[in-house]
Design a protein around this ligand. Structure first.
Ligand code: ASP
Length: 336
């Protein structure tokens, strides 16, 4: 693809360390009041791209909720035709959730949406934010058409990413899918990335946050699951053991899975492995959950599973429709 003449890039600011300053009293990082000024100060970038800045929110990403995902997705949808690419700056703590959510809200992209942020505020010497922002803006002009995270030298499919380590080189990793590209001299884009071509954007930025995520541990009391069901959640994700195994003898949670299924509440089994793929057919302990109605998260990260379940539930409360959505590949988040 021929390089574009000074591509138009829209930078949406949604907070995180990159726009924070140190509170002189406590020493803790908190959002700066003048984040817009901080971001405008990327030296020389306008020589390569026409960069516009839009403020969405400025907060620690731990405070973000699905309402903010919708806000960011709506901004991108609103300005979609005006720009060649989008950059979203936000905190790293929940970036993999927001990135996953946007990959479902904005399907069939014909241009990139690049998330980035930093470990050290832009205002501090030695900040990784400056380079991350510059490379995110440059990547937003490349031949990519999906939601990605650009951090250090990696281009990662956002719905495959997990926050990994607070180090300059490996903040995010992609346990079940190879990197889309590597920034360097020269920058290398891998063939499995989605490329720019004319597609009609499928926009749906609704999320139903009324879900619960439970992590199993040896001795898990089934009452916990019972209580979650009684609370009236619309969907449940259970991180099982190994490839998604659950207790089915003493402390069995099978009756609760059956109960939720009867009540049309989808129960998704995910896993706790570092590089995990859920497989409910490997052991009796997984099969019994599947037979009780549990749905497999397959090779999705828990972050992508959360965002996708919320997105699916906003579309339908019918359990088998949600199952169908969860098991289908919508935006490269799983292999079906
Ligand atoms: N706590 C910060 C946030 O997620 C961390 C970061 O920006 O890296 O907002």
């Amino acid at each position: 693809m021929a390089p574009m003449a000074r591509p138009k890039i829209c930078l949406l600011f949604a907070g995180g360390t990159i726009g924070m300053v140190k509170n002189p009293r406590t020493g803790a990082l908190q959002p700066a009041t003048e984040a817009a000024e901080i971001i405008r100060d990327i030296p020389g970038i306008q020589k390569y791209v026409q960069l516009d800045f839009k403020m969405v929110v400025n907060m620690d990403s731990s405070n973000m909720n699905p309402g903010h995902w919708t806000q960011i997705a709506k901004s991108i949808n609103k300005y979609y035709d005006k720009y060649d690419g989008f950059v979203v700056a936000q905190g790293t703590d929940t970036m993999a959730y927001t990135g996953s959510a946007l990959s479902f809200a904005l399907q069939n992209l014909s241009k990139p949406v690049i998330f980035t942020g930093s470990l050290i505020p832009l205002t501090e010497i030695g900040s990784d934010g400056r380079n991350n922002l510059i490379y995110a803006c440059l990547t937003a002009a490349l031949d990519i058409a999906e939601v990605c995270i650009v951090f250090a030298n990696k281009i990662i499919r956002a719905n495959r990413a997990k926050k990994h380590h607070e180090s300059f080189v490996a903040v995010f990793h992609s346990p079940n899918f190879p990197f889309l590209g590597e920034l360097g001299r020269p920058t290398k884009l891998n063939e499995w990335r989605k490329r720019r071509r004319k597609r009609t954007l499928k926009f749906n930025a609704n999320f139903d946050p009324k879900i619960s995520v439970l992590k199993l541990f040896p001795g898990f009391d089934p009452i916990i699951l019972e209580k979650v069901i009684e609370r009236g959640v619309h969907g449940i994700i259970i991180e099982g053991f190994g490839p998604g195994n659950v207790p089915f003898l003493e402390n069995s949670i099978i009756p609760q899975i059956e109960k939720a299924t009867k009540m049309e509440i989808p129960v998704i089994i995910a896993n706790q492995m570092e590089q995990g793929i859920t497989n409910l057919k490997a052991y009796e302990a997984g099969l019994s959950a599947a037979e009780a109605g549990a749905i497999s998260s397959k090779d999705m990260t828990t972050e992508a599973t959360v965002a996708k379940l919320m997105w699916a539930l906003a579309k339908s409360k019918n359990r088998s429709e949600v199952k169908h959505i969860m098991e289908k590949n919508l935006a490269g988040e799983l292999e079906d």
